[in-house]
Design a protein around this ligand. Structure first.
Ligand code: SAM
Length: 313
């Protein structure tokens, strides 16, 4: 499907819950209010995926909140991966429950896995995540590596004064592991929008610190680098220092059933309760109205009122 600017939209990020077992300080509020579960059911999620795939979506990424908190996550993945025109089913997780789920995710048809990990230091991890245990994530990554996913990526959000000193250590992980470590620029949305400017660091700092990285390709919105002789790769994602809206091929569906056609826009299009042609029309209409670009800079905040855990990254 083409949007109003002739971009081919073939990628959907599907949030299956906004609940999370971590409280990363740049992503979610410290306390979430108890409320009724507003997440789409397994049937609703499948219906949206089926329709989106029939309209040309061929890559779906399941996200959250933390998707592995859903008790029916394996069933959700199995049903979505059965859609014959779907080329890729991926999941983004904080990795805490991955040692329990890695095998079943692979068996259910998930072929790509992104694991978020912003530090290799246990104490810092506890601070960033507001009490998470890094050993759960490291164990999860080990289990995932055994399962032969097509691709495993470790996503690191760069935070000035917090993890810049660990860039080389993260790159070193690619020496013996066939994984991609991707550095992502922190975006000013939610609580971190109020943070000091020096926390927002350009991905250029990775190239400054690791001189022997060689650019080998582009993978969607990520610049891909490698060090000669290393098994893995390094990716840079620059939503601020090199806006990539002209290459944007995605839509997002929130766990309460709204399409967001731009992460940073306040526009949302309801899908919940729609079926058949009405559902198709709502998806097509949202895609046609996808904005040309976001207006985000380190001093111009995101226009969305949602926290990232309510969108899915
Ligand atoms: N719980 C899963 C996880 O931790 O990967 C999926 C949801 S999380 C919202 C998805 C991704 O969004 C994570 O990699 C997280 O680091 C990233 N993220 C959250 N807030 C961000 C921000 N302000 N700027 C850049 N990335 C952010």
């Amino acid at each position: 499907m083409k949007d109003g600017y002739c971009r081919n939209i073939n990628y959907m990020r599907l949030s299956v819950t906004d609940l999370c077992n971590l409280r990363c300080n740049y992503c979610s509020p410290e306390k979430t209010q108890f409320r009724e579960n507003t997440s789409l059911s397994g049937d609703e999620l499948f219906e949206i995926c089926e329709k989106a795939v029939s309209l040309g979506i061929d890559k779906i990424r399941i996200t959250g909140g933390e998707p592995l908190l859903r008790h029916d996550i394996i069933d959700i993945c199995r049903r979505i991966s059965s859609l014959s025109s779907l080329r890729q089913l991926a999941i983004t997780t904080n990795g805490c429950l991955l040692s329990r789920y890695a095998r079943d995710l692979k068996l259910s048809g998930v072929n790509r896995l992104n694991i978020s990990l912003d530090t290799l230091n246990a104490e810092k991890f506890r601070e960033i995540t507001r009490n998470g245990d890094i050993s759960d994530v490291l164990e999860g990554i080990k289990c995932a590596q055994i399962e032969n996913f097509d691709d495993i990526k470790v996503n690191v959000v760069l935070i000035g004064g917090v993890n810049i000193d660990e860039i080389s250590d993260f790159v070193e992980l690619t020496r013996d592991n066939n994984i991609t470590v991707r550095f992502i620029e922190l975006m000013p949305l939610g609580e971190c929008a109020m943070w000091d400017k020096n926390k927002f660091v350009s991905c250029d700092i990775v190239l400054d610190k690791v001189k022997n990285l060689k650019r080998i390709s582009f993978d969607g919105v990520s610049e891909v680098y490698k060090i000669d002789g290393y098994k893995g790769r390094v990716g840079l994602i620059r939503p601020l220092s090199n806006k990539f809206c002209d290459k944007c091929n995605k839509i997002r569906v929130t766990s309460d059933g709204k399409i967001k056609t731009c992460l940073h826009s306040s526009d949302e299009y309801n899908l919940r309760g729609l079926h058949g042609d009405e559902l198709s029309e709502a998806i097509k209409n949202a895609i046609l109205n996808k904005p040309l670009e976001h207006s985000l800079t380190t001093s111009c905040f995101s226009k969305t009122s949602r926290y990232m855990n309510q969108i899915g990254g």
